[in-house]
Design a protein around this ligand. Structure first.
Ligand SMILES: [Zn+2]
Length: 119
């Protein structure tokens, strides 16, 4: 199914949304850095279990941060080259407004994405 190209207004709306998301992500990453700054573990005050908890929480935050960093990079990439935005990296067809509204950083159209996932 061929999707219609985005109009410039539609594209602008999506790009503005991405700009907001970019600054949100930057703030979130910043706050993770503040929270996970060298875990201060007082061996006596903090029991073994909560120490493990603290480390697990930090690991989760780090995993989350990695995803956020990837997300952030993708948004930066889009904003650097907005001309290319909205087209499938694989087949070059328009990704379509519906898909981009739900998943604004989509790189592939629905068809290429499902082919990739069904490999
Ligand atoms: Zn495609």
């Amino acid at each position: 199914m061929k999707q219609a190209d985005l109009t410039s207004t539609e594209k602008q709306v999506l790009l503005t949304k991405l700009e907001h998301e970019l600054s949100d992500l930057e703030q979130q990453i910043e706050s993770i850095h503040q929270r996970s700054a060298p875990v201060q573990l007082d061996q006596q005050a903090v029991g073994r279990i909560s120490r493990i908890d603290a480390i697990q929480q930090q690991q989760m935050a780090q995993a989350g941060e990695l995803l956020m960093q990837q997300h952030l990079l993708r948004i930066k990439q889009i904003l650097l080259d907005p001309e290319e935005y909205g087209f499938c990296l694989e087949c070059g067809e328009s990704i379509g407004l519906g898909r981009l509204t739900i998943h604004p950083i989509a790189e592939l159209c629905i068809q290429c994405q499902s082919e990739l996932e069904n490999l």
